[in-house]
Write a protein that binds this ligand. Sequence first.
Ligand code: PEP
Ligand code: MG
Length: 605
Amino acid sequence: MKSERPEKPARHPRGAHRKQAPKAELRFEGLGVSPGIAIGPAHVVEGGSVHVPEYNIEPGKVEAERARFAAAVAKAQKQLGKLKAKSANLPGAAAEEVGFLLDAHLQMLTGSRVVRGVDRRIAEEAINAEAAVQAEISKVAQDFAALDDPYLSARGEDIRVVGNRLIRNLTLTPYTAFKRLPPGSIIIGEDLTPADTALMDPRIVSGFAAMLGGAEGHTAIMARSLGLPAVLGVAELLGKVRTGDVVVVDGDEGHVIVNPTARTLEFYRGRRLEDEREQRQLSRLRRLPAITRDGTEVTLQANLELPRELEFAVETGAAGVGLLRTEFLYMNREDLPDENEQYEALASLIEGLGGRPITVRTLDVGADKLAYSLVTHLGAGANPALGLRAIRLSLKERPLLETQLSAMLRASAHGPLRILLPMISSTVEVRQVRDVLARVAKRLKRRRIKIADPLPPVGVMIEVPGAALAADALAQVADFFALGTNDLTMYTLAIDRGEEQVAHLYNPLHPAVLRLIQFTTEAALRARIPVSVCGEIAGDPRFAALLLGLGIRELSMAATALPRVKQRIRELDLLAATRCARTIMDQSDSGRIATLLDDFNTLAR
Ligand code: PEP
Ligand code: MG
């Protein structure tokens, strides 16, 4: 459902019948992270009021709670610092104005009365950090308001905004569910998290844009999965768009246009029609196999972020689910899902797949994928991407892992299921998981609960450079490999995949990344275990020739990307692709590699 007009405007007050001048069209540039054109009324999300949990802290845990608060303050300072750096590019006086405001917010977080007050409340009253922030902010804001000075009472409002930022950082609370919005709405926010994106229903929301965020973070991946056009890293949007303004999001080119003129609207409506026409053409490929011109079949599966994507994945002709990210089960809630809930979610997916296989990954929270129900487990590491995340968390918190494995084993009785382990860096971790799996299976059998026999295959994500380099050893303990090229690129090049300031340096075509992909693939082929690619490059037709040429025959991607990749594979000649891959692997410069690949893609059609 797509509607482009905002809700009926409020009636003008008496005497204000003069025709208003049309608002000027504003254009902004960002990173186009999810393709397509969206046109609709803006819904600008503010920090807003967030739910504040309140509880007491055991005496032994007070220090940890203070550290959690300190981490939330550090995160807020980082967010404001980034916004400030970006706001320097704003035109004219706007840069100064926004800069002042952000500076004021930064000051409130730096050794201020607010920060000291919250810290003291946690220590003296033994309450959780969110409750302490709430109490301190109310007190300080009230004191300001009581001064009866318009300037200072405005500062009281700023303090509330800063408090909400802290609470949101602490609770990892998403913005309010995007439910009661006009259909076709475009969400505009400062920093939309994967959990925020998970709440966007494509029947109501038609696209989104945010001031922060990079192309390979999970917010971007979620947008592609849901088929929502999105542009991230558009810092200049700050304060330039209001709820109700008509907005165009061009996810192909990375443009955001506010208050488009009639001509601009006509242009983008045309583009949207072209897209729809192309989609209709691609849908004809649904029943055709993904087979190269010289007869090599490639398995194309879907990555699933949320269960509601399954129907679409099956519709597009996916041969199964190559990566189920189970994080959805833990998002946007305060408690943890129990075994039954997990089992039922998996069993219903297996049923929906009608015999097609599913690869279920154990929990991969940490770094940009966070869940409030797990904050106390995750702690506040200085370097979350290198900290307690993914399999490391599962092996430390055994009940979490046992519950997941038990649910997966029970679901395995309903259809073909494989278990996939994220962020593996050594064979020891795989052996430890196998031990837990054997124990859980024994327990289920004792209770006469049906599970697959033999046990489901256990595979390893190759996404840490060390794992790729030790692929021969890992192939001895793993039943299959899944190349996670998103993290593999990030860790190999030391580029945060979700950080817009270094997004231009993130490059899976870097020779170091390609060598790790090649090394892993060859190790898998030697050990005769299946190997797939499930990072975002699998869903980009540009990479198909190279990956096939390196020996990959299984790709898993956002279902929305599948038809284009299939079309590309059906145009390819495997022999020529292999030759192209060989030439590319002899290169040392990623620019040259990109040119070779693009030339091959243009010529070999
Ligand atoms: C990857 O890292 O490539 C991957 C598929 O996992 P995720 O994107 O969920 O980290
Ligand atoms: Mg990963």
